[in-house]
Each structure stands twice: as structure tokens, then as C-alpha cells.
Design a protein around this ligand. Structure first.
Ligand code: MEV
Length: 309
């Protein structure tokens, strides 16, 4: 049996705008993992918490994995059949805005490469991640894929820049999962609709998000806590005006602030999914995390930004 893992991700700043070539910053979330195991079997099959798929009876949730295997077969196996079972086990909430689909694709391609003894470049690995992402997210920017690929904080501009960031910042991120599925595809098309109906306003919002990301980038390398605080707060307001926030997220955001967070915003696709809050120290981060759970968060995670030095 061959196994591979992938971590999740949390977008600190710039989601949605990143689809329109505005820079964004994301962190790997290494405490939540997806594990993919591959074993030889009579025919090709995929199993996960969603159920069991074979070539003739495929679950939509496994479609990305099927497509990755098809492309892998074409490229590396020539006429050989992929008679394997792919088993997916996950700690990452699905549709939680924390990178579960990119992580499934990443762990799948890594496990396939291991199983068939193929050496993959990072470029090829990313291409395969995007094959899965395109099935589930239609037109993904690539931010999620790059973050789970490199497992490093990433400064990213679609199709142009992927920079592993050297962080110099003391602070904690507290991530709260609302437990409601974030419909990324719908949220992305909602933003597109906003763009089509309010071209000028949309341009203005993008310009502001660009400034906010610029500030966040500076803050993270100069240990400027107040600058990151204001960047996060402004980004949430801008995401609200794009229409991708909702009351469940805003309840958790408010709870975090009332319990000592310096700033908080939604993270990922929004409309359900997860939020992220900023705190200066670990004790406060723990208190904020507890308050989020009390307010109904399904799960929380704490990320020490200082570990990315
Ligand atoms: C989803 O995790 C992030 C979005 O910006 C979409 C994308 O980057 O493709 C909402």
C-alpha cells in the first residue's frame, strides 16, 4: 500500500479578488490533513466518507480524483490499466473554506506518483492539483493549490507570481468553522455577477483589496501588528460589500472581536465555511477559540504565525 498526505490552507487576505489578478496571501494549515492510500485491486475504485465509486458508478464527489487518475494514466501508464483502490480519509472539513478539495487532489497525485514510482516536478504536481480543482471549482485561481503544494505562506498573483514568504510576525490566527458548507462556486459566480452589474464599484473594491493585501504583506515581514489588524478588518468590509459574507460568519467574527480578537474576517469562498481572527498572544487565542466554540463554531484551529519565520 502507498500513502500520501496533504495539509489544508487558510487564506489570510485577498480571496475572491485573487480570481481577478489581485494579490492574495495564504498559509498552510498543517494540523488538518487528508490522507490518500492506494492499493492494487481488481478494478479501479475510489472510497471516501461519501461512499464507493467505480468507473461505471461514479459519485460526483469523486469526479476530481477520477479525472486526475485518467490524466495520470494517459501520461505515465500508457496501456497499463490503473487497477487500484484509492481511499480518501480526511480531517479537513469538506466545503469548509480550508482547502479540502486542493488537498484531496494533492494527496491523490502524490500517492499515485509513489505507487507507480514516478518522479514529479512541482510544476507537474501543480498541474494535476489544478485538474481536480477545475472539476470542483470551475475556474480556480490556483492559490489553494500552490499553498498545499508548497506548505509555506504564499504571496500569490494568479498566473504570475507565487512567492514563498519569509514571515517576521508575532501573532496567532484563530480559525472558526461555521459547520455550514461554503459554496465556493456559487460565491465566485455571485462576485462575477456583482462585477457585471457594478463595473465601476467592482473596480474600486478590487483597488482597495489590492491596497489591503499590500499592507498585510508589509505587516507580515515587518512585524507590524496594527497594520495587519487594519488590513484584516478592511478586507472583511470589502468582502461584505461583494456579498460573500453571511450572518453565521458575521456572528463568529463578532464573537471573536468581543472576546479580544484584534480583527477578524471570513476566509475562503465565504457564504458559510470559515472565518479567521487575529490575536496577539497564545492565551488570548485559546480564549477566542473557546468563545467561538461556545457561539456555535463546529471546530476551531489555532495557528502560530511566528512558526513560519
Ligand atoms: C477559494 O478558496 C478562494 C477563492 O478566491 C477562489 C479562488 O481563488 O479560486 C474564493
Amino acid at each position: 500500500m502507498n500513502q500520501a498526505e496533504s495539509c489544508g490552507k487558510v487564506i489570510l487576505i485577498g480571496e475572491h479578488a485573487v480570481v481577478y489578478n489581485i494579490p492574495a496571501i495564504a498559509f498552510p494549515l498543517k494540523e488538518i490533513l487528508i490522507k490518500v492510500s492506494i492499493e492494487d485491486s481488481k478494478e479501479f475504485s475510489v472510497s471516501s466518507k461519501y461512499g464507493f465509486s467505480t468507473v461505471n458508478s461514479r459519485l460526483y464527489e469523486h469526479e476530481g480524483v477520477f479525472k486526475i487518475v485518467e490524466e495520470f494514466k494517459k501520461k505515465y501508464l500508457k496501456k497499463e490499466e490503473a487497477n487500484i483502490n484509492i481511499k480518501i480519509e480526511s480531517d479537513i472539513p469538506s466545503e469548509g473554506g480550508l482547502g479540502s478539495s486542493a488537498a484531496v487532489s494533492n494527496a491523490t497525485i502524490l500517492a499515485l506518483a509513489k505507487h507507480y514510482n514516478i518522479k514529479l516536478s512541482e510544476k507537474k504536481q501543480f498541474k494535476f492539483i489544478q485538474i481536480g480543482e477545475k472539476i470542483h471549482h470551475k475556474n480556480p485561481s490556483g492559490l489553494d493549490g500552490k499553498t498545499v503544494l508548497y506548505e509555506k505562506p504564499i504571496y500569490f498573483i494568479k498566473n504570475r507570481v507565487t512567492k514563498k514568504m519569509k514571515i517576521n510576525f508575532e501573532g496567532y490566527l484563530i480559525i472558526g468553522d461555521t459547520g455550514l458548507e461554503s459554496k465556493t462556486v456559487e460565491a465566485v459566480s455571485l462576485v462575477r455577477e456583482f462585477k457585471n452589474n457594478n463595473e465601476n464599484k467592482f473596480k474600486e473594491i478590487l483597488r482597495e483589496i489590492k491596497q489591503v493585501t499590500k499592507k498585510a504583506k508589509k505587516a507580515l515581514v515587518t512585524n507590524d501588528f496594527n497594520l495587519l489588524k487594519s488590513a484584516i478588518t478592511n478586507n472583511q468590509l470589502l468582502l461584505e460589500s461583494l456579498g460573500v459574507s453571511d450572518i453565521t460568519l458575521e456572528k463568529l467574527i463578532k464573537t471573536a472581536i468581543l472576546n479580544g480578537a484584534s480583527a477578524a474576517k471570513l476566509t475562503g469562498g465565504g457564504i458559510g465555511g470559515s472565518m479567521v481572527a487575529l490575536s496577539k498572544n497564545k492565551m488570548l487565542a485559546k480564549e477566542i477559540s473557546d468563545s467561538l466554540l461556545k457561539a456555535g463554531a463546529k471546530k476551531t484551529y489555532i495557528l502560530d504565525i511566528g512558526t513560519f519565520k
